[in-house]
Design a protein around this ligand. Sequence first.
Ligand code: EPU
Length: 416
Amino acid sequence: MSKLVITGRKQLAGEVPISGSKNSSVAIIPAALLGEGTTILENVPAIRDVEVFVQILEGLGVDVSMNKNTMTISPNDFSTYVTQYDLVRKLRASYYLMGVLLAKFGKAEVGLPGGCDIGPRPIDQHLKGFQALGADVSVEGGIVRLKADHLQGAPVYLDMPSVGATINIMLAASMADGTTIIENAAKEPHVVDLANFINAMGGSVHGAGTDVIRIKGTRDLRGTEHAIIPDDMESATYMMMAVATAGDVEIKGVITKHLEPVVAKLREAGADIEQNGDFIEVSGPERPKPVNVRTMPYPGFPTDAQQPLTAVLTRATGVSIVHESMYDNRLGHMNELVKMGAKARVQGKTAIIEGVPKLTGAPVTATDLRAGASLVIAGLSAEGTTEVHGFEIIQRGYEAIVDKLRSLGADVQVIE
Ligand code: EPU
């Protein structure tokens, strides 16, 4: 285990470039296996989740190389539909191989996915979608087995706008016969990025970014070039860091539209935010104002920004109420914030945070990716030294976080 040691109370200032989106990359990298020929992906973040995905693809016999942030994927010679269990369980997004392998080979064997421990994360909607397209589905011994002699486009109504199910069904449907219509689809930016990628491969996906997505399948997908969109949650995290340290940070290379819910909430908390083209400049007040927030699917306030926001609110000038409506267990990090002097209690899926004038550094542990981001934010704003244990969890999703923080004036070091 490694730890990040932060000496806090430095006002962050300067520019920070935003990397490619983690959640887009982990959908588009497997999608590249659908096409004949080589795909070149630009703006792929060098993060652990991407490294694990590369290992999984290599295990399938796919030729993958990464040069800085450019990934080349040549899937021509691979014919394996069975994934390695020890690797897929490290990564939530490995479940996208179900849709991809089912589309390509008519069968798939993929272990149930791992990922952040933020409460039960069923995949019933993914499996329901595969069944609607004509696949036999069985789950035994932790392995999902899918088989279809013929995949046929069909209507699929999702019980909730699940990002994962929307993407997985798009992947499977992209090579099915006929048209699939996903109703109550997720609208997150990475769903749209994947649709654009499938279209660039020669596919036909319409309506991504709305509740209804139509996918007309074709067997004629081919490798292409595509640049991954900027990571909205990395951007949100640096915005929160600026506010938490009363700093002034220019976040560069973003799509401002994707950040509207976060911008609105941080303005409510007293941040001064300017947006122009592809950058957002955020300056924080001495202490933020309290705000109430409820997480929602896009374009609501994102669950992935909830944990970072709670760290900001620990120093607000009043009481904030934060309700997590997506996951059952995404407030566990509040206990760690309390170790740093935060005054907060959790009732079910709601945190009641009474702002205090200052936090004090303490040893704390990151239990999941965004919990880790939250503790880093708290450490940056706290007096004294904070040790965030489990730094490798943070490296799953934040490219070059130490270099980026140092360039903004933070005092951080990693101890292995
Ligand atoms: N759900 C079901 N059944 C399903 C699918 C989802 O009940 O078949 C429930 C989940 O349990 C959850 C809700 O629906 O309560 C939303 O789940 P969703 O499927 O939308 O989430 P996901 O695809 O598992 C992705 C991101 C998460 C992000 C969520 C919500 C990836 C790899 N992961 O997860 O990202 O929190 O969407 O926006 O794209 C993160 O980056 O830190 C992260 C956890």
